[in-house]
Design a protein around this ligand. Structure first.
Ligand code: ADP
Ligand code: MG
Length: 317
């Protein structure tokens, strides 16, 4: 099997029919139709073996994760994910690995009606680069740069499960079902595309928590030219993190990353209406702090004492 039959066999079948794909896999470039009045959004994420995943992980899980982290970037922009390209670097041509990988892609594309429109296949150390393309009506994307002093900082879910899975999976006291639950959180994060409409209606800025809350909130602050003060008691922490690492729980939630919840800002006068929307949709969200004029991050402890918070999270260099 050569590179071309590999593409035909494993990846062409993933090009599900979308009528907006004018040209998919097989030519020098793909061609898609962007509806009038919509903008095209593009985002790329690379997963490198030994950095973002362990080489012995199931290829199915690696594929799912690489799709989900990309879909999450679209959710954070309040954009609808549509098309994907895949740049795959493989150390060897392992048909079983490729079959699981392709199955993982297929299963994670289907709930979002995503389709594969192209890519590149090369030989080298295992790495997976997905580019996701999505659309949003003009003026409806939510950027990192729109937060204003007085806005409330909101989180879409609890944090820290992925960090716990990475750091403490071998913790002796974790039960098997708990380990499974944590690994599932790490391998199969659920991108919050369910919040796209809410973000469009309420958020002044948004980001997904891929590097850790403090690092990612800092991106919003820098882009918006503001600062933030978090309320330590209000930060939602995954229950297993509380159970096994109570002392470090908030720190891990602040710096752990890989959670793929959304952090967004909302004008204060719209908060109660936002909370109602979440309640009506049987969802939870957590107001965790406020945007301030002064730059930098701060955190208030249980005694209302304010401390400076150094943004920390995952960085590659
Ligand atoms: P080129 O010679 O222009 O680099 P390739 O031979 O790499 O083209 O690819 C041939 C076709 O197969 C192109 O349409 C490309 O987008 C597609 N393709 C290559 N690798 C992949 C992949 N891993 N997944 C999906 N499509 C791919
Ligand atoms: Mg090529």
């Amino acid at each position: 099997m050569d590179e071309f039959s590999l593409i035909d066999h494993f990846f062409k079948p993933l090009a599900s029919k979308r009528e907006d794909v004018l040209l998919g896999i097989g030519d020098d470039a793909a061609c898609v139709r962007v509806p009038q009045g919509k903008n095209l959004l593009v985002s790329t994420d690379t997963l490198v073996a030994g950095v973002h995943f362990l080489p012995h992980w199931d290829a199915y899980d690696i594929a799912c994760k690489s799709v989900m982290v990309n879909v999450s970037d679209m959710a954070a922009m309040a954009a609808e994910p549509c098309w994907v390209t895949l740049a795959l670097t493989l150390p060897e041509l392992d048909k079983n690995w490729l079959a699981s990988f392709a199955r993982g892609l297929k299963d994670s594309f289907s709930p979002y009606n995503l389709t594969l429109i192209g890519g590149d296949t090369t030989h080298g150390p295992l790495s997976i680069t997905l580019t996701i393309l999505g659309t949003a009506a003009e003026g409806q994307t939510v950027l990192r740069s729109g937060a204003k002093p007085g806005d409330i900082i909101v989180l879409s879910g609890d944090l820290g499960a992925a960090a716990l899975a990475i750091k403490f999976l071998d913790h002796k006291e974790l039960s098997q079902p708990e380990k499974t639950e944590l690994m599932n959180k790490l391998l199969h994060p659920v991108p919050r595309v369910d919040l796209i409409n809410i973000l469009r209606n309420y958020a002044t800025a948004a980001i997904d928590i891929s590097d850790g809350l403090s690092a990612d909130l800092n991106h919003i602050c820098v882009a918006s030219g503001v600062g933030a003060c978090l309320n330590k008691e209000a930060i939602p922490v995954h229950r297993l993190l509380k159970k096994y690492c109570a002392d470090e729980a908030v720190d891990l939630a602040l710096t752990g990353g890989d959670d793929y919840e959304l952090c967004f800002t909302v004008p204060e006068h719209r908060l109660s209406s936002l909370m109602n929307e979440f309640q009506n949709a049987h969802l939870h969200c957590y107001p965790i702090g406020v945007i301030e004029k002064a730059s930098g991050l701060r955190i208030k402890d249980a005694n209302n004492q304010c401390h400076n918070l150094i943004p920390a999270g995952y960085t590659h260099f």
